[in-house]
Write a protein that binds this ligand. Structure first.
Ligand code: LIP
Length: 278
């Protein structure tokens, strides 16, 4: 992002992203039925979809494409729609669906405007918003414009020693992957301050951005889980990558401040957290 025109576009996209995320957040918070059920499952019987996931994504789709009808859109619950502007909206209508289903206040609406090949993994985020309607917290970032929590600028922590690091992580829904992920966490746990498992990648990445955790890693994230949160974390000074210089993506994501990232990667890499079988 270099020119003032690029910055102006990123700002305009961020304004729309935040408006959409807040509107969807109000919907899922205020219209959550007392007896919320599971309307479908995906990769496993515990990978659930609720009617509110579907309603939230419909609201996001309608609002974003009403304002920008020629953009593309990729949502967790509705597949994709190609656009002609080069900009694709990547949305997670409820990130942390299981938390939402159980009434745990750690879920978010994640909205990002990206350019490039989203499905192919070669994409850049221009603007992103992660809104937690339960807490009311809204994380925002425009490319090159910094990261903010409710308008206050964010900076990652300066922890450099893994033994002092509070590290967030998450797990997939399939048993065999969870078994491997548990092996990785068991090996990491004695080498760090502690582990946190919040249940939403979008929120985890934003916690790195504001220093509430010092690092976050996970295997298996989809573009909608991570697009907005990755920009927020990077704009707050985090390095967000895969392993060995790879781009962050479904294979693996590690987000940490620059003084911690390499030391934590040295702990993680030998454990092969980017592989389901070793
Ligand atoms: C969630 C991710 C989280 C992961 C959970 C789940 P969902 O996304 O944000 O990082 O650990 O297992 O995949 O399914 O709530 O949209």
């Amino acid at each position: 992002m270099t020119s003032s025109a690029d910055s102006a576009l990123a700002h305009d996209l961020l304004v729309l992203a935040e408006r959409a995320a807040r509107a969807a957040g109000d919907l899922i918070r205020d219209e959550r039925p007392d007896r919320l059920g599971v309307s479908a499952t995906k990769t496993s019987p515990t990978d659930v979809v609720t009617v509110m996931d579907e309603r939230s994504e419909a609201l996001l789709r309608d609002l974003l494409l009403r304002e920008r009808p020629d953009d593309g859109l990729l949502g967790e619950e509705g597949g994709g729609r190609a656009g002609s502007t080069g900009i694709t909206w990547v949305v997670d209508p409820i990130d942390g669906t299981v938390n939402y289903l159980y009434g745990l206040p750690a879920y978010a609406v994640s909205v990002a405007a990206v350019t490039g090949d989203v499905r192919g993994g070669d994409w850049d985020v221009l603007a992103g918003c992660v809104h937690n309607p339960a807490s009311g917290e809204t994380f925002t970032a425009a490319r090159g414009g910094g990261a903010f929590l409710d308008g206050r600028p964010l900076r990652v922590s300066d922890v450099s020693d893994p033994a002092q690091a509070l590290v967030a992580t998450g797990f997939g829904y399939e048993a065999e992957r969870r078994r491997r992920q548990a092996e990785v966490v068991a090996a990491v746990l004695p080498q760090v301050r502690d582990i946190r498992r919040l249940g939403s990648a979008a929120i985890d990445l934003c916690q790195v951005a504001c220093g509430r955790v010092d690092a976050y890693f996970e295997r298996g994230l989809q573009p909608w889980d991570m697009a907005a949160g990755t920009l927020v974390a990077r704009e707050a000074g985090a390095i967000v990558s895969g392993l060995a210089g790879a781009a962050p993506g479904e294979q693996f994501v590690l987000a940490a401040g620059p003084s911690l990232h390499a030391a934590l990667e040295q702990i993680l890499a030998p454990l092969r957290p980017d592989a389901d079988a070793v």
